[in-house]
Design a protein around this ligand. Structure first.
Ligand code: FDA
Length: 283
């Protein structure tokens, strides 16, 4: 039942499932980013095992000529055990991505990890052999994000902007959704004005409309940025944006550790619980 429920948001448990779904999404004219689900690990061996899945993905993407990159969580690479370990793993993944003409996106986790995540990405991007092969995620709910984005743009680092998915304290993050949304629009404009190819990750049509009108007012072509959305969320909007000529990248998670990811998606929109329950009964 778990598998059936989660299949709305998760591609399956095996690499092969993820590749099959990625191929289908590519056929609909959309780019993909693949996420091998899993968060904090408790040993270096587990971190290496998690990294191995991503190495295999990078090879499979190249072999099958998929239009897909990878999204990686540093806690899954051992960040909370040893930042050096996570940094080394991220480096070898980025080297592999560079060698296969690909790109690594480092997801952003909760705020105690923001600085160390930025430090690792900036350090790797500063290496001439890795420049441009690694990018980061910035969360609009954090007060610090405007300053982080300015620094990242100065460094030439590609950013994915999202609203932010973790429970944060008012000392670090806007408690009100309206303020998060306002900051999201402000940060999107800063990103769009830069000469770097960034991703705007949201399903919020008002955020998307603001970005579209800012881009058209400032002569920023749709080819200079992309919208990003989660697999299974607002598929209608994904298709509409593609039909309008925008780049859309779908974030496709897969793997056995689907439960926390799935619960976050339900929490974001409680109506999903009803929707999934109805589908389950119907099938
Ligand atoms: P918001 O939550 O305001 O929702 C706007 C509208 O979108 C809703 O009214 C509904 O119509 C639709 N919607 C949103 N979520 C839905 C759902 N689960 N099911 C159905 N409809 C839904 N976060 C993070 O902290 N670190 C990260 O690295 C990432 N990475 C990431 C990648 C990509 C590609 C995306 C799209 C999102 C992330 N996120 C993330 C998650 C992000 O921070 C945020 O929690 C969700 O995207 C929901 O926020 P929205 O911007 O969609 O707006």
């Amino acid at each position: 039942m778990g598998g059936k429920l989660s299949s709305r948001f998760v591609a399956g448990v095996e690499i092969e499932d993820a590749l099959r779904v990625a191929e289908a999404v590519n056929r609909q004219g959309m780019h993909v980013t693949l996420d091998s689900l899993g968060e904090s690990v408790s040993s270096a061996a587990e971190a290496e095992k998690a990294a191995d899945v991503y190495h295999r993905l990078l090879d499979a993407i190249a072999e099958r000529k998929l239009d897909a990159n990878i999204s990686v969580k540093l806690t899954q690479m051992g960040l909370t055990l040893d930042p050096q370990l996570a940094g080394d793993i991220a480096e070898s993944l980025t080297e592999h991505a560079r060698a296969t003409g690909n790109f690594v996106r480092i997801d952003m986790e909760d705020s105690p990890l923001t600085q160390v995540t930025l430090d690792i990405v900036r350090r790797l991007n500063a290496k001439p052999n890795l420049r441009g092969a690694i990018g980061i995620v910035i969360q609009a709910y954090l007060y610090r994000s405007q300053a982080d984005i300015e620094q990242l743009i100065a460094d030439g680092i590609r950013v994915r902007l999202c609203k932010g998915a973790y429970q944060e304290q008012a000392q670090v993050a806007f408690p009100k959704k309206a303020d998060v949304d306002e900051n999201y629009v402000r940060l999107s404009c800063t990103l769009l004005k830069s000469d770097i190819y960034h991703g705007l990750a949201t399903h919020d049509e008002s955020m998307i409309d603001e970005a579209k009108s800012f881009a058209s007012q400032h002569g920023i072509a749709p080819s200079r940025f992309e919208f990003q959305m989660l697999f299974g969320v607002r598929r209608d909007l994904q298709r509409k944006l593609v039909a309008e000529g925008y780049n859309v990248r779908v974030y496709i998670p897969f793997g056995r550790e689907w439960y926390p990811y799935f619960m976050r998606r339900l929490a974001e929109r409680p109506a999903n619980v009803l929707f999934l329950a109805k589908n389950l009964l119907r099938n």
